[in-house]
Design a protein around this ligand. Structure first.
Ligand code: NAD
Ligand code: UGA
Length: 450
């Protein structure tokens, strides 16, 4: 029997994941619901101006929306109609009370569990899609099954997609993880979720575990990735001090198959909605279980990351004659990485704020993230937002390249140089521009780790 699916939460995770599940399971009805009516309206918009930008997403939504994929605010109706409920609501870092600044804020999750229980008219499989602290499933189980008319089986199916490559990651995942209770009922529920993915993911890539391992694996996987970025950034500072080149070091270190080449790109530090939040969550869990040395170890990953943005501004300060006041600096890119409009925890935001403290006249340009940039920095006066890079650099003293948008290397850098104040400086924090060519034009060039 192919069971109908509802996903609660129509964000970066719920939207793309369910679009791909619907595409690959044409005989199932998939409904994505959210309390945010504006977001649902955007998912349903006639001209497909979807609430998030993700390469290939519009094509998938065009193929399935209205056929077997639906977006709605009717949470009650959708829950009643389905057998499997994915929950992909946000789980931000808690900013109050116990665990403030580290623990996950689980209020959205709990609210969701309570509405599922209230609306259900039959047994359901509840699937954690959000990233959650280990043992959240136990709390969910307690809320859902206490004095309940129906049986709710809670599974964990964390998502490993990265923004910008979400559709590719969903279509060709390295692995799919499904954790559940090791009981007869739990194993049956795991099978039901395996069936959804098995329509396109090879069986050997669908890994099943107990529910606690699945919850912890997601936090561990993000912590390992974040740790690699902080590790190479920690080496970058040493490269700058010694004449070594971080890209060369990374290439050779990564050629060791035991280490691997990915996630060794030095830069302005990691951003995005999850790395910081999930590492902080791991730190909090370690502390909760009295593992203070482990907590300190993982805290170092965050500390190193924050230091990287401070270092960028310190180097600019030094190279621009120890005063930045009233100078014009253009930030190239505000998204936390290329191919997304997402600006959550973007290093560019931190750098912009540090520059604003120095009374810099800031202009921000980004092909996809200007709306979010304006919203994020609404409390800062006097920042200009300009989609056109050539206009953004007029009379600027420096450019700080923050996001590795693919077209930046092929801009007309001579034209850019000609319209800037001299001496003209480019700080390429992603090491993606041709520094030799820029120096030939006349730019002073700074890089990370060189
Ligand atoms: P998001 O903020 O983009 O989307 C969450 C959505 O949930 C919002 O639209 C919000 O309105 C909705 N919501 C909140 N409470 C609700 C409720 N009670 N009922 C119905 N809808 C409700 O967040 P996201 O980026 O999609 O992340 C969601 C989860 O997925 C997080 O736990 C995150 O860690 C995890 N995750 C995200 C990514 C990613 O790339 N963004 C990758 C892997 C895992
Ligand atoms: C990350 C993980 O890669 C996903 O597997 C995970 O599902 C997701 O978090 C999540 O849980 O939300 P994402 O944050 O979308 O995905 O983006 P990444 O490609 O991981 O990049 C994160 C940050 O690290 C970016 O700011 C990026 O520029 C930076 N980064 C990445 C580097 O500075 N160097 C690298 O070598 C790699």
């Amino acid at each position: 029997m192919n069971r109908n699916i509802v996903c609660i939460g129509a964000g970066y995770i719920g939207g793309p994941t369910m679009a791909v599940i619907a595409k690959m399971n044409p005989d199932r009805k998939v409904v994505v619901v959210d309390i945010n009516a504006e977001r649902i309206a955007a998912w349903n918009s006639e001209d497909y101006s979807l609430p998030i930008y993700e390469p290939g997403l519009v094509e998938v939504v065009k193929e399935v929306r209205g056929k077997n994929l639906f977006f709605s605010t009717d949470i009650k109706g959708a829950v009643q109609e389905c057998d499997i409920v994915f929950v992909g609501v946000n789980t931000p870092t808690k900013m109050f009370g116990r665990g403030s600044g580290r623990a996950s804020d689980l209020q959205y999750w709990e609210a969701t569990a309570r509405s599922i229980k209230e609306y259900a008219t039959g047994d359901k499989i509840i699937v954690e899609k959000s990233t959650l602290p280990v043992r959240t499933a136990a709390a969910m189980d307690a809320i859902l099954n206490d004095h309940a008319k129906y049986t709710f089986t809670v599974l964990s199916n964390p998502e490993f997609l990265a923004e910008g490559t979400a559709i590719k990651d969903l279509l060709e995942p390295d692995r799919v993880l499904i954790g559940g209770p090791q009981t007869e009922e739990g194993l049956k529920a795991i099978d039901a979720v395996v069936d959804i993915y098995a329509t396109w993911v090879p069986r050997e890539k669908i890994l099943t575990t107990n529910v606690w391992s699945a919850e912890l694996t997601k936090l561990a996987a993000n912590a390992f990735l974040a740790q690699r970025v902080s590790s190479i950034n920690a080496i970058a500072g040493l490269c700058e001090a010694t004449g070594a080149d971080v890209d060369e070091v990374a290439r050779v270190v990564g050629a060791d198959k035991r280490i691997g080449a990915k996630f060794l790109k030095a830069g302005p530090g990691f951003g995005g909605s999850c790395f910081k939040k999930d590492v902080l969550n791991l730190v909090y869990l370690c502390e909760t279980f009295g593992l203070h040395t482990a907590a300190e170890y993982w805290s170092g990953v965050i500390k190193m990351n924050e230091h990287q943005q401070e270092r960028i501004v310190s180097r600019l300060f030094k190279e621009m004659f120890n005063t930045l006041a009233n100078k014009k600096i253009a930030l190239f890119g505000f998204a936390f990485k290329a191919d997304t409009g997402d600006t959550r925890e973007t290093p560019a935001g931190t750098v912009a704020r540090l520059l604003a403290e120095e009374h810099v006249r800031i202009t921000i340009t980004d092909p996809k993230a200007l709306v979010n940039a304006r919203r994020d920095l609404a409390d800062l006066d006097g920042i200009d937002y300009e989609i056109d890079e050539y206009k953004a650099v007029e009379n600027a003293d420096a450019i700080v390249l923050m996001t590795d948008w693919r077209h930046y290397p092929s801009l007309d850098w001579q034209r850019i140089y000609d319209s800037m104040r001299k001496p003209a400086l480019v700080f390429d924090t992603r090491n993606c521009l041709d520094a030799v060519a820029l120096r030939k034009i006349g730019f002073k060039v700074l890089n990370i780790g060189k």
